[in-house]
Design a protein around this ligand. Structure first.
Ligand SMILES: [Fe+2]
Length: 309
């Protein structure tokens, strides 16, 4: 019995139509505030808000017994929620996000066609040009994989999501950034410090490094101010990454090849990662400053304070 899937998120932005155009451009499917990869429609929902923000996270569990167990744990933490109609709905009292948990079937996206690669001693592509070169269109993103949030209440937020909702901690950086998961992905929710609760970035999974790099290259060539950092491979989580900025100002990441944790007991979470060792094994040595201090953060702070007093 456990959480096993990140179902989706809802984001609020002042100009939803601009995000609709953006998601169409990068190859997601859907329309009018509802987007996703071809196999997982509707993972990303958009609503109008005075400033950009995370509004809702949706998480899948196995069955109704999971919801009852979460309810008991939330009771123990003194956090109120609504449980009924086949779901549990929590209004996060710390960050004002809504979290919805519901029983769903296990599901992963279908494996993409494998590219024939030439490696030393194993030349699988003989007499053919590379598939990434001859494919008519870049491969699209497959699914929403993780969300990264900032909050002034890191410890309490971790307690709510881990002790209350049942997320598992995969790794911790410098005692302040908590990589947590609600599936076998190394992380689905990274909780890190922020001046107010805000959405730092969301990450879309691609088939492989070629798909990440081709799609990101196309995007940053067409939107020259969108590049943030990449390509690189994270030390924590192991994923290849490329970070960009979407038209609302939120960072988004293309990623592939993240560590998968299938045996919770066998995984050894480390809580002693140093900040200077945590960003990448190749690529930029450290995260760019802007990633922790988005250019519009003052606007986000003002918007949050106006909305929440
Ligand atoms: Fe990420």
């Amino acid at each position: 019995m456990a959480l096993h899937r990140l179902l989706g998120m809802k984001i609020g932005v002042p100009a939803p139509a601009r995000l609709d155009s953006f998601y169409r451009e990068i190859g997601l499917e859907g329309g009018e505030g509802c987007w996703g990869g071809a196999a997982l429609p509707g993972q990303i929902r958009i609503c109008e808000s005075p400033y950009r923000q995370l509004r809702e996270l949706r998480v899948g569990c196995e069955d109704e017994a999971d919801l009852s167990a979460i309810a008991r744990r939330l009771d123990g933490l003194g956090v109120s929620y609504r449980h009924g109609g086949g779901a549990l709905r929590l209004a996060d009292p710390l960050n004002h996000w809504t979290v919805v948990v519901e029983p769903v079937e296990p599901l992963d996206v279908a494996a993409p066609p494998r590219r024939a690669l030439n490696r030393p001693g194993e030349r699988l592509r003989r007499g053919e040009r590379a598939e990434v070169i001859v494919e008519s269109r870049p491969r699209p993103p497959r699914r929403l994989g993780h969300v990264v949030v900032g909050t002034p209440e890191v410890a309490k937020t971790v307690r709510l999501f881990v002790d209350g909702l049942g997320f598992r901690v995969s790794d911790v950086v410098a005692g302040m950034a908590f990589f947590t998961r609600c599936s076998s992905d190394h992380h689905n929710l990274l909780i890190q410090p922020g001046p107010v609760p805000y959405l730092n970035h969301y990450a879309l999974e691609h088939d492989d490094i070629d798909a990440v790099a081709r799609a990101a290259s196309l995007y940053v060539r067409a939107h020259t101010d969108a590049h943030v950092d990449g390509p690189g491979r994270h030390t924590i989580g192991g994923n290849v990454f490329w970070y960009m900025r979407d038209p609302s100002g939120t960072f988004f990441e293309y990623f592939t090849d993240m560590d998968a944790i299938v045996d919770d007991d066998a995984w050894q979470a480390r809580d002693d990662w140093a900040l200077e060792d945590s960003w990448s094994i190749w690529g930029s040595k450290d995260a760019p400053e802007v990633l922790f201090q988005p250019g519009d953060i003052e606007e986000v702070i003002a918007g949050y304070r106006k909305e929440n007093g």
